[in-house]
Design a protein around this ligand. Structure first.
Ligand SMILES: C[S@@+](CC[C@H](N)C(=O)[O-])C[C@H]1O[C@@H](n2cnc3c(N)ncnc32)[C@H](O)[C@@H]1O
Length: 319
């Protein structure tokens, strides 16, 4: 969220423009009736939403929901971890790109504080979540790649799993260039030379991270190869923005407005229109942006689309 746009005078969504907890719960309940079993609270920064544990507690009670996860920048985690655990949150993922304070500051826009994030991770780990605590690390060439071994060393021999993510061309403002991507293969080679790795079988179909374990017993590590090995065909995710737009791809250019369906006075309290909207969007979805990017590349086409177009920004629909 660049300062040039989101400065002090920027007008964010008003409370009425955002979905209320009642509305989010309703979408989740209808989605669960249609077969959804896993929910992830992301953002933006989800811990900025007041009373988030209350939302978690409501979502946990929905029949069919088996797993509720949170992706956070970790800044407010230490003070909220206990309440989130008590509310029933199953897993926490903290985004952490570097243990070098200067690199961390650069990658977090100069606003985060590394020690506060580390304290948040430690608090979550100490409290213990049923499905654990993970770290998401986006690797950018010549920005944080040299510091990855230090970051991995910090979490080796703990139960915290680090997942290295290929830097993606999300949104329009991150100045993405393919040369900035360090592929999982390259990272794996570098890491394997330090600490030999062995593959671990996927836990479930559609698992986005390729899992490896350190042969010396140092624990597990994951690689998310969204650029070099896109997994659109296995993607079963839909994303709901805080103002009620539903997106079926991280790289979507437009979503479907569910807020209007939720607030339609003519059908107040009826779930059927929402059910139809959700099922219809799901059955019609065709997005496979990452595979198309890959196909263009293998045909060696110039790919202006990689940079052009008004894609939805990552901070709007989460990771
Ligand atoms: C957009 S954030 C939102 C949630 C929360 N504010 C956070 O920082 O974790 C979700 C995830 O997307 C990842 N992410 C952001 N930009 C990315 C990019 N260009 N390529 C790959 N992952 C990215 C972040 O590292 C983070 O783990």
């Amino acid at each position: 969220m660049p300062d040039s746009i989101y400065h002090e005078g920027f007008s964010f969504l008003t409370p009425d423009e955002r979905l209320s907890f009642d509305e989010i719960e309703r979408v989740a309940r209808v989605a669960a009736e249609l077969g959804v079993t896993k929910l992830r609270l992301t953002g933006g920064e989800p811990l900025l939403r007041p009373n988030l544990p209350e939302l978690v507690a409501r979502l946990v009670r929905i029949p069919g929901i088996e797993d509720i996860a949170l992706t956070t920048n970790g800044m407010l985690l230490a003070r909220q971890a206990a309440a989130l655990r008590k509310a029933g949150l199953h897993r926490v993922t903290v985004s952490l790109d570097s243990l070098d304070p200067t690199v961390f500051a650069r990658m977090s826009g100069g606003r985060g504080d590394l020690q506060t994030v580390l304290d948040g991770i430690e608090a979550a780990r100490a409290i213990g979540f049923p499905h654990g605590v993970k770290i998401n690390t986006v690797v950018q060439r010549d920005v944080n790649d040299a510091g990855i071994p230090k970051l991995l060393a910090h979490f080796r021999h703990t139960d915290v799993i680090v997942r290295l993510i290929e830097y993606m061309d999300v949104g329009n403002r991150n100045g993405w260039d393919r040369a900035d991507v360090v592929t999982s293969r390259e990272m794996m080679t570098r890491i394997d030379a330090l600490w030999p790795l062995d593959p671990v079988s996927p836990a479930y179909r559609g698992e986005v991270a390729a899992r490896y374990r350190y042969v010396d017993g140092g624990g597990e590590i994951g690689f998310i190869s969204s650029v070099s090995a896109p997994f659109c065909g296995n993607c079963s995710r839909a994303r709901l923005s805080s103002d009620g737009q539903l997106f079926t791809c991280l790289f979507a250019t437009k979503g479907t407005d569910l807020r209007t369906v939720l607030r339609d006075a003519d059908h107040a309290g009826e779930d059927e229109p929402l059910r139809q909207a959700l099922a219809g969007i799901w059955h019609r979805r065709t997005d496979r942006y990452s595979e198309e990017r890959q196909e263009r590349r293998s045909r060696a086409e110039a790919s202006p689309e990689d940079k052009a177009g008004e894609k939805i920004e990552m901070h709007y629909i989460g990771g």
